[in-house]
Design a protein around this ligand. Structure first.
Ligand code: APR
Length: 247
């Protein structure tokens, strides 16, 4: 692994434009279960029944059973050494943008400034009927949270069947098409269109560094360097190598 870390550090140091695509795996060490690993959220809640916009519109109270459980976990979570390490890489000028599929705000809390939230953010809620929006914090005691027009509010996260925010999509594709290096951290790359980002980057000549505790469908195909293990540990070692070599 040591040799691979050195190679990944060299790529990051020599890259003029490095971006990252992250998924739920980067937040597992912060106590937030991912979706598709054993014991993941989709083992408990069938996404077809709980995570589509049509399911939310037809029975928002039922969907808030899942959302409330997610919220109680996300609220107590703190950035782990993976989020903090990526914030350090950005501060040193070695990481330019993080495109995250996560809604937990942990990249921002971990110090990264340039974050594109592909699937929205759970810290605000909106009313699908009258358009009013609220901070999730101010509605925490209400189950389910209601708008002043009495309709049940929806978190500003992207459900299956909803469009990715246009700005997030176009900015991510633009960054992917001019990146020299792409770090893919803690994602199964199972969900489109986020999972098209590695292909776009690769097609345009980027080196792909994948960090995951298991192999994915990217590992044997697009990935140039596969660093297997927990994101927190791997990124800490990688940042140390970049600091040592970058001097
Ligand atoms: N360190 C590194 N990788 C990890 C760790 C860890 N500690 N824990 C889990 N992983 C890896 C898993 O091996 C898996 O490949 O993280 C990945 C998590 O995959 P998913 O659970 O599918 O999460 P994600 O890729 O973010 O899902 C994408 O699907 O359901 C939708 O909207 C949801 O944004 C989510 C999207």
């Amino acid at each position: 692994m040591g040799k691979l870390i050195e190679q990944a550090a060299d790529i990051i140091i020599n890259s003029k434009s490095t971006i990252a695509l992250t998924g739920a795996g980067i937040s597992v060490e912060s106590g937030i279960p991912d979706f598709r690993s054993a014991g993941g959220l989709w083992e408990k809640f069938d996404p077809a029944e709980y995570a589509s916009i049509s399911a939310f519109r037809s029975d928002p109270e039922k969907i808030w059973e899942m959302l409330r459980e997610m919220d109680s976990v996300v609220r107590g979570a703190r950035p782990n050494s993976a989020h903090i390490g990526m914030g350090e890489l950005e501060k040193m000028g070695y990481l330019h943008y993080v495109i995250t599929q996560n809604i937990d705000n942990l990249h921002q809390e971990g110090g990264t400034k340039n974050v594109i939230e592909y699937h929205g953010n759970s810290s605000t809620l909106s009313c699908l009927w009258c358009g009013k929006s609220y901070q999730a914090e101010e509605k925490r005691g209400e189950h389910p949270p209601r708008c002043e027009c009495q309709k049940i509010l929806k978190p500003d996260v992207i459900f299956f069947g909803e469009a990715i925010p246009q700005e997030a999509m176009s900015r991510s594709f633009q960054l992917a098409s001019s990146a020299h290096a792409l770090m893919v951290v803690g994602t199964s790359a199972a969900v489109s269109p986020a999972n098209t980002i590695p292909g776009i980057a690769k097609q345009n000549g980027a080196k792909v560094i994948e960090i995951n505790k298991e192999i994915t469908h990217l590992t044997g195909t697009l990935t140039d360097i596969f660093l297997q293990g927990s994101a927190g540990e791997i990124i800490s070692v990688l940042v140390d190598a970049v600091k040592r070599k970058g001097k």
